[in-house]
Design a protein around this ligand. Structure first.
Ligand code: GLU
Length: 185
């Protein structure tokens, strides 16, 4: 169980994402992270083991730029120890797609083996990282379709948030068996 947040809109994403994380910290407190797309379509990922204040420490001297889209996560580890590298968001090897995930991917082990054979290099011990690589291998220009195809291969109960450098005006959220709320304002 954990807390995942996504934001897309006219406001600066990072204060909203961090404030929301603090409201969800009780759902997962072993690490936290944030992923943002800036106006040059750079993917910015910061993450830290421990409480959200540890994540905020990473902003000191390296402030986050104004971004209109982003995702964040406060983790309760199920696969892989609490660590910086196991914290979310997780990315594909090209660092183009970032994913936050609540829940468990039950078939992550065979998927990981398959993806490794396709050349994917894993840097974490999480089940979540397979989602990022899977979406990347299925991506042919349509992010939503790639996410849908990836979800069709995933077993378990989960909710995810996805952003991509190729689609700086898109935030994708999806759920299978886990709660997820969308707010429009
Ligand atoms: N299974 C994922 C992990 O271990 C997500 C856990 C969670 O819901 O916080 O990183």
């Amino acid at each position: 169980m954990c807390g995942i947040i996504g934001y897309i809109g006219n406001r600066d994403a990072s204060p909203i994402l961090i404030e929301s994380l603090k409201k969800l910290e009780y759902r997962g407190y072993d690490s936290s992270g944030i992923g943002l797309l800036d106006h040059q379509s750079n993917l910015i990922v910061r993450k830290a083991k421990g409480k959200i204040k540890n994540l905020e420490e990473t902003f000191k001297g390296k402030p986050l730029p104004f971004c209109n889209v982003g995702i964040s996560h406060t983790r309760w580890a199920t696969h892989g120890l609490p660590s910086d590298e196991n914290s979310h968001p997780h990315t594909d090897n090209a660092q183009e797609i970032a994913v936050v995930h609540n829940g468990i991917i039950e078939n992550y082990a065979p998927l990981k083996e398959k993806l490794k054979k396709q050349g994917c290099h894993f840097i974490s011990q999480t089940d979540t990282e397979v989602i990022a690589h899977l979406i990347a291998t299925l991506y042919k220009g349509d992010l939503r379709l790639a996410v849908q195809k990836a979800i069709n291969q995933l077993q378990g109960a989960f909710a995810i948030g996805v952003i991509s450098k190729q689609h700086p005006d898109v935030f994708i959220a999806a759920r299978v068996g886990s709660p997820l709320i969308i707010g429009l304002g």
